[in-house]
Ligand binder design. Structure first.
Ligand code: ACO
Ligand code: OAA
Length: 385
């Protein structure tokens, strides 16, 4: 691909505000949260430490982390009224719609009355999202009403136990943790920008997050991890993948999980999640999904110079963890909530309503023709060409 056309469509390359939270692609391909390289955080921190960092600007001490995890632990269960709503949502609903409704409904039950409650409201959503997803999934798909509390200390471990009914291995918990770290924050991506636009009107946190979930849902954004899985499971071998992808490119189809609006040659999250996918493939004893994914990566680079973004190897990774494909994008929500909420708080600190301008491309000024004369008027216009 050549250089990006900055400006114009999609506001690409234009600064739309300031942030202390994140840099994307500043030194070519890097990603930092509050000054820390994401690779450093993925290797040496947990998701709760990263959440704390995004909300407080500093990593926690051990005592601060213990207190924070304790606070989240106490906020995990769902109110009965929310469970009743989740039971009404059919099995064929899109799980992102479930997350959107769960978030919005919780905002009815426990509204953010004023901005002094923003931290509590954020922690409540962070703690409750895994249960919102798994309670609905288990009830609608298996007829099982799960207990929304577990004994797991981490949110990643809590999610895996809610889903599988048993404590996940240390390796699986660590993969979940790393995945949540990688997805946590990404500057002015579409869903975060949607949250900030909503926040700029001085709306409440639940509205900001509900809008962000709807924005993340699309296949050009968070929905790409699910779409990538749907694609790679149709390939029977690395060779088959290359043949079928060539066909897709010929038909001008987008290949989900590839390309990026900001990065030019690689997404720094890919190498990290790819390594975990490989480890899980070895553990699994069947590496075919990983091998197919690697073939896709090679093919796209060789033919289009397009690289895997954060979503592509998340597909095989989550599959190896035994997570149903339809829950892939909701997991992204559980993580990105941290970035969204941190941006909402930052927007509120120095707010001005976000209201850009548009270049007008419509009609010249004209007058309203009375309705009884309009048919004739339109015919005359058509005759004039
Ligand atoms: C966590 C995340 O949200 S990461 C993004 C997840 N989304 C996806 O994986 C969806 C697939 N990818 C895409 O659709 C795009 O790459 C986006 C939406 C991520 C970025 O969009 P843009 O910034 O407009 O892409 P960009 O300007 O780099 O596109 C350049 C060219 O490459 C093509 N291209 C980009 N990505 C792809 C792709 N995945 N498959 C096929 N072609 C692609 C574009 O169609 C464009 O071609 P054109 O000039 O002939 O129209
Ligand atoms: O920044 C973007 O445009 C999309 C992305 O990778 C993310 O939100 O993680």
């Amino acid at each position: 691909m050549g250089d990006k056309n900055i400006g114009g469509a999609g506001l690409r390359g234009q600064s739309a505000g300031e942030t202390k939270l994140c840099t994307v692609g500043q030194s070519g391909s890097g990603l930092t949260y509050c000054g820390y390289d994401v690779a450093d955080l993925a290797a040496n921190a947990t998701f709760e430490e990263v959440a704390y960092l995004l909300f407080n600007g500093e990593l926690p001490t051990q005592q601060q982390l213990d207190d924070y995890k304790q606070e989240l632990f106490a906020l995990r269960d769902l109110p009965d009224a929310l469970k009743a709503v989740l039971r009404l949502i059919p099995a064929d609903a899109h799980p992102m719609d479930v997350m959107r409704t769960g978030c919005s409904f919780l905002g009815n039950l426990e509204p953010e009355q004023d901005f002094s409650q923003q931290v509590r409201a954020t922690n409540r959503l962070l703690a409750a999202f895994p249960a919102i997803m798994c309670y609905w999934y288990k009830f609608s798909h298996e007829g099982v009403e799960i207990n929304c509390q577990t004994d797991q200390a981490s949110l990643g471990g809590h999610f895996l136990k809610l889903l599988n009914g048993k404590t996940a291995s240390e390796q699986h918990q660590r993969v979940m943790d790393v995945s949540l770290i990688l997805y946590a924050e990404h500057e002015f991506n579409a869903s975060t920008f949607a949250a900030r636009v909503c926040a700029s009107t001085l709306s409440d946190l639940f509205s900001c997050i509900t809008g962000a979930i709807g924005t993340l849902r699309g296949p050009l954004h968070g929905g790409a991890n699910e779409a990538a899985m749907d694609m790679i499971e149709k390939f029977s071998s690395p060779e088959d993948a290359k043949v079928k992808m060539a066909g897709m490119l010929e038909r001008k189809e987008k290949i989900m999980g590839f390309g990026h609006a900001v990065y030019r040659t690689s997404d720094p999250r890919n190498i990290i999640i790819k390594e975990w996918s490989e480890k899980l493939a070895q553990e699994n004893g069947d590496s075919s999904l990983y091998d197919i994914s690697v073939a896709c990566e090679e093919f796209m680079w060789d033919t289009k110079k397009l690289f895997c973004n954060a979503d592509f190897f998340h597909a095989s990774t989550y599959n190896y963890l035994g997570i149903p494909t339809k829950l892939f994008t909701p997991i992204f929500v559980c993580s990105r909530l941290t970035g969204w909420a941190a941006h909402v708080m930052e927007q509120r600190e120095n707010n001005r309503i976000i209201r850009p301008s548009a270049d007008y491309t419509g009609s010249e000024p004209r007058i309203v023709v009375p309705i009884e004369q309009r048919e004739q008027h339109f015919q005359q216009l058509a005759m004039q060409g």
